[in-house]
Ligand binder design. Structure first.
Ligand SMILES: C[S@@+](CC[C@H](N)C(=O)[O-])C[C@H]1O[C@@H](n2cnc3c(N)ncnc32)[C@H](O)[C@@H]1O
Length: 273
């Protein structure tokens, strides 16, 4: 089975099982959507009426929170079960006219309703596709020049990590490069600890994107990086093997604030003295 049907089936199942990534926005979060979405203060002051693409973001969380801020939201995902949560929450919250759910592969974005967008928000998801540059190229195409792209990825070292070991440490169990020297590896299936910690998902095809691709391909696609953060999941009290314990050794995620640069006038149009 190729990665698309495999991951669609896996995420349909995860949505039905109530995965932590399929938790819809709560009343308290809806009451303060900006604080919920944007602890770092990356979003523009006024979002009302802005067109937002929530990319690979099914699950009834991001779409509903942006709608609560007055945005017009297109939410795309591969999993119908994840998108059903957006449909259900949009109806329950009276946001049906603001939220358009669509089943789309993030690596082959078509012309989407709402494009060109002012903002693209992509939660952790690029690990489920082999070609990250195709995702970035699609985002660059559907985003307005000057538009904001907020994206979170799993850190490569965290994806390489297995364990715990008997001494409470962790094992670097997946190679960074493929045996042919190229990058963007398909990862081995996660061990039970890694799944239980919520750091990998059972049944998904996942790919390790190296830093050259996570950051270099983003710049090559026409973005400038304005900020970068590694959300801190370390918990000194957490038991060995849990996400909080592993987070003391390795940050699981990297979050990037990037801006689509203005399209430059072609040099051939310049009149030289
Ligand atoms: C970790 S969940 C993110 C959603 C969640 N709302 C959150 O807050 O993190 C990853 C999502 O990526 C989606 N996904 C996986 N492969 C995809 C693809 N090729 N195109 C679009 N979405 C994909 C999954 O169906 C899943 O809903």
């Amino acid at each position: 089975m190729t990665h698309l049907p495999r991951n669609a089936a896996a995420w349909d199942r995860l949505a039905r099982e109530g995965s932590g990534f399929a938790r819809v926005a709560t009343d308290a979060q809806i009451a303060d959507p900006r604080a919920t979405l944007d602890a770092r203060g990356w979003l523009p002051a006024d979002l009302s009426g802005k067109h937002v693409l929530c990319l690979a973001a099914g699950g009834g969380w991001q779409s509903v929170l942006y709608a609560a801020l007055g945005c017009r939201v297109t939410v795309v995902d591969l999993s119908e079960a994840m998108l059903d949560l957006d449909r259900r929450e949009a109806a329950r919250r009276g946001f049906e006219s603001l939220i358009t759910p669509m089943r789309v592969d993030m690596a082959a974005l078509p012309d989407l309703p709402g494009a060109p967008f002012d903002l693209v928000h992509q939660p952790v998801s690029a690990c489920y596709v082999p070609d990250l540059s195709a995702v970035y190229a699609g985002v660059a195409r559907v985003l307005k020049p000057g538009g904001l792209y907020i994206v979170q990825h799993k850190q490569p070292a965290s994806l390489q990590c297995f364990g715990p070991l008997p001494d409470g440490g962790y094992r670097l169990g997946a190679e960074y490069y493929r045996t042919d020297g190229t990058e963007n590896r398909r990862l081995p299936d996660p061990d039970a600890h890694t799944r239980a910690a919520g750091l990998r998902e059972a049944g998904c095809a996942e790919y390790l994107h190296t830093w050259r691709h996570l950051v270099g391909d983003l710049c090559a696609a026409g973005f400038v990086i304005e900020d970068l953060t590694e959300p801190n999941h370390a918990d000194p009290q957490a038991p060995v093997g849990s996400a909080g314990h592993r987070g003391r050794f390795l940050p699981p995620y990297v979050r990037i604030k990037a801006r689509r640069v203005e399209v430059q006038a072609p040099r051939s149009n310049l009149v030289l003295p």
